[in-house]
Design a protein around this ligand. Structure first.
Ligand SMILES: [Mn+2]
Length: 318
């Protein structure tokens, strides 16, 4: 018997969701089943989950979009945009499958899965409670302060850095297997994870120094232009760590494929938010949420990205 678990890739909640579901499946459904993991990533203009990914006798998707495929047997998601099309959404509500679940009010899919399985199958969350708690904190960005988010002292935060940034194939599956039975503090001290963590952590510390050096702070807005550096993928909480008084941050970055303006609201801001950042970004053909947004330009449109960033800084300062 083979179970295929498709999970949101390079995401702490995606991997923790796969771990909780797999432990449940081995305990309650089929102890002798062989479980294989495969990560899914968002792609522009995606219309469906490729059918050939459903290569188990049972197939599950966790923390990722729905598929109407008859080969999909289990599904759990908590994203606001969980359906690739209106037809998929209608399919989900019409089918009323007893093993497919959706609730956008959950901070993490991990906690959602654990609660559903406890309620319906008597699954014991106890042994995985620390993992579930951290999935909620990380996916819901419920950090106590910027220090917790940026200094990465907790084992879960260190593991998050490895999960989000490592490109080592096979590592995600190994972490999911570990998450099912081992404590986060033990997982992070293994040689394999440490050798991944060290260079990523050094890179993270360099980004903190770079933003400290490049950022200006005026009228509640921290602004930094990192386009001269290879600097896409820094932690979005760094500006709030460096400038605790700031309300908003605006950054410009340049990667191999695009130039980008990132806009964020400080979750620990001393003053309330007075702007909807998604609406501001939408005016420039970008998007996001009320508290965080972004606008992508072509690489060669960097000047345009810089100009947009300056305009947004002025708007947020007013
Ligand atoms: Mn999630």
């Amino acid at each position: 018997m083979k179970l295929r678990v498709l999970h949101h890739d390079h995401c702490f909640d995606g991997l923790a969701s796969a771990a909780v579901f797999s432990r449940f499946y081995s305990e309650e459904i089929s102890p002798s089943s062989e479980i294989g993991f495969n990560g899914l990533s968002h792609k522009p203009n995606q219309v469906m989950i490729e059918e050939e990914l459903f290569d188990g006798e049972e197939n599950a998707i966790v923390d990722f979009k729905y598929s109407p495929s008859p080969r999909l047997t289990w599904w759990f998601d908590h994203h606001q945009s969980a359906f690739l099309s209106r037809a998929d959404e209608e399919h989900y509500y019409r089918e009323k499958s007893p093993t497919k679940f959706y609730d956008a009010s959950y901070k993490s899919c991990t906690k959602f899965i654990a609660d559903i399985l406890s309620e319906k199958y008597g699954f014991d969350q106890g042994p995985m409670s620390d993992l579930i708690k951290w999935a909620d904190i990380i996916d819901g960005a419920l950090y106590e302060d910027a220090k917790t988010a940026v200094e990465l002292k907790a084992p879960a935060m260190q593991l998050m850095l490895v999960i989000e940034a490592s490109r080592n194939p096979g590592l995600m599956g190994a972490i999911i297997r570990d998450m099912q039975t081992r404590r986060l503090a033990d997982i992070i001290t293994s040689n394999q994870i440490q050798s991944e963590f060290r260079p990523l952590h050094e890179q993270h510390l360099r980004m903190i120094d770079l933003i400290r050096e490049k950022a200006t702070f005026e009228k509640g807005v921290a602004f930094f232009d990192l386009s001269e550096y290879n600097a896409e993928g820094y932690s979005k909480f760094i500006p709030y760590y460096l400038f605790p008084e700031c309300v908003y941050s605006v950054g410009v970055s340049l990667s191999e494929f695009r130039s980008k303006v990132s806009v964020g609201f400080n979750p620990w801001s001393p003053r309330p938010r007075r702007h909807n950042l998604a609406s501001i970004c939408e005016r420039y053909n970008g998007g996001g949420h009320a508290v965080v947004g972004a606008i992508s330009y072509k690489r060669e449109e960097l000047q345009l990205a810089r100009q947009t960033a300056r305009e947004i800084v002025r708007e947020l300062q007013s």
